[in-house]
Write a protein that binds this ligand. Structure first.
Ligand code: FRU
Length: 473
């Protein structure tokens, strides 16, 4: 650990003491969702299960709730629901990561935790910061206990990436397969096309470029946070593209996140097919997955959106923090569609339930779940008086609309073509709403900011049957 790291640690310790009391009183702190202890949170990083414990790291601008210099925050959990903050183990403290320890992933081997990430460096001067003015370094940090970082090693610089790329190469996701190591990284070419680079290695340290994945037609100028994994017999490539134009209801957010399938062995095939957005709400970006010890593929996303005006309207900014991660979601493929559902541990979280049929209205606990079966027919659910979740049978569209701008912090309306609605599961966690439709085939997520007396629900729908699940307080 060098002197700069020690200095960061001291500053963070002092700041946490200042923040603790403030956060305890904050009405919008979620109970289930991972939130930063202070400051700005973005992408999930280094997700893994290490010695039986779940670890979630995340991009953290500890001192700047509106975003700034990026560190890795860290928390751990035994059940994916109760998370304990563990500190800020990765700090920008080296010449190769001095302007941010950017996103990356974890590889567990021989009881060691290897964290691969992008060391971000920006140079002063006249630069466009696309083709010049920045360095994207691939770095490997090693931890012997999953808490402290013991070493950091620079593995690759821009000189090691293909020549036709801009300086934007980042977010290594690493895994081991068939006795070799593989890594994907997101990149922007000099032609302004997004792409994913594949590298391989025999020893985790020395990496060779293999090839790159692309779609038949260019799809945005930059792809961030790639992830490649096997799921129910499919090879999935997940990307977060930037620069994709809105197409009807699709691609309505500033940036997107979605998955493609690769047909054949990823070491040979290069063509990605069938991009499908992972989430149709306002707040979802840069997801990452990991393989749990029990074989489940679990995904966590950033429940936020970069480069949006909302960043300044999100109402927790004035309280010193901003953004959360999604509930961990179990992934599966059903009928060729990637499905996401809250991890099964969630069912043990709730202590009480109330069943109803047809219309229902009443107060709700700020942390609760509504499980509805619909069997077609229009359905309308109004949360906190100003967030309308509506299924329009005639068009097969599910709408998420804020009629109260203050409640939505600047968000307005999103729609998702879902076909017939059979069931919807709405998870409300204080300032977070995640809606899982038709067994997780479609998901819509958003933040919202109700006042304490606004926690209510009104449900309309003649064919609706429902369960409201909650805890006592
Ligand atoms: C995605 C992203 C990543 C980058 C990180 C920086 O939100 O832009 O590409 O590594 O955030 O915080």
């Amino acid at each position: 650990m060098n002197a700069l790291h020690t200095a960061w640690e001291k500053l963070i310790r002092e700041e946490s003491r200042r923040q603790e009391e403030r956060m305890d009183q904050d009405l919008w702190r979620p109970r289930l969702h991972i939130a930063p202890p202070a400051g700005w949170l973005n992408d999930p990083n280094g997700l893994c299960q290490y010695k039986g414990i779940y670890h979630a790291f995340y991009q953290l601008a500890y001192f700047q709730p509106e975003g700034g210099l990026k560190f890795w925050g860290h928390c751990t959990s035994k059940d994916l629901l109760h998370w304990d903050f563990q500190g800020v183990p990765l700090c920008p403290d080296q010449p190769f990561d001095c302007h941010g320890t950017y996103s990356g992933s974890a590889l567990i081997e021989d009881d060691l935790m290897y964290l691969y990430y992008t060391g971000n460096v920006k140079f002063m001067g006249e630069h466009d910061y696309i083709n010049t003015g920045r360095a994207s370094n691939t770095v490997m940090a090693v931890s012997r206990d999953g808490v402290q970082i013991d070493t950091k090693e620079l593995l690759m610089t821009n000189a090691d990436y293909p020549d036709d790329l801009t300086r934007h190469v980042r977010d290594p996701k690493v895994w081991k397969q068939d006795g070799r190591y593989y890594m994907v990284q997101g990149a922007r070419t000099k032609e302004d096309e997004g792409t994913v680079l594949l590298f391989s290695s025999e020893d985790k340290m020395h990496w060779d470029y293999v090839h790159r994945f692309r779609m038949e037609q260019p799809f945005g100028y930059m792809w961030e946070c790639p992830d490649l994994y096997r799921l129910d017999g499919y090879t999935v490539l997940s990307i977060s593209p930037q620069g994709v134009k809105q197409d009807g209801l699709k691609y309505a957010n500033q940036y997107q996140s979605g998955t493609c399938f690769l047909h054949g062995d990823f070491r040979e095939t290069k063509l990605m097919e069938g991009f499908r957005e992972l989430d149709g709400g306002f707040d979802f970006y840069a997801p990452q997955t990991f393989l749990a010890d029990d074989g489940r593929r679990i995904q966590i996303g950033w429940m936020g959106m970069p480069d949006m005006e909302e960043i300044y309207k999100n109402r927790t900014v004035t309280r010193g923090w901003q953004n959360v991660l999604t509930i961990p979601r179990e992934l599966s493929v059903r009928d060729g569609i990637l499905c996401q559902n809250p991890v099964r541990e969630l069912k043990d979280w709730w202590k009480k339930e109330h069943r109803f049929e047809g219309a229902y209205s009443g107060p709700i606990n700020p942390c609760c779940e509504l499980d509805l079966t619909a069997d077609g027919g229009d359905v309308k659910v109004v949360l906190a008086g100003g967030l309308i979740l509506r299924y329009q049978e005639a068009k097969g569209i599910f709408w998420m609309e804020f009629t109260d701008p203050l409640l939505g912090g600047g968000r307005d309306i999103r729609g998702r073509q879902i076909g017939r609605l059979r069931d919807l599961r709405i998870l409300v966690d204080v300032s977070c709403v995640e809606v899982f439709l038709n067994g997780g085939r479609d998901v819509c997520s958003t933040r919202f900011y109700p006042e304490m007396d606004q926690y209510r629900v009104e449900i309309e729908g003649s064919r609706v049957q429902g369960v409201l699940r909650y805890c006592e307080s």
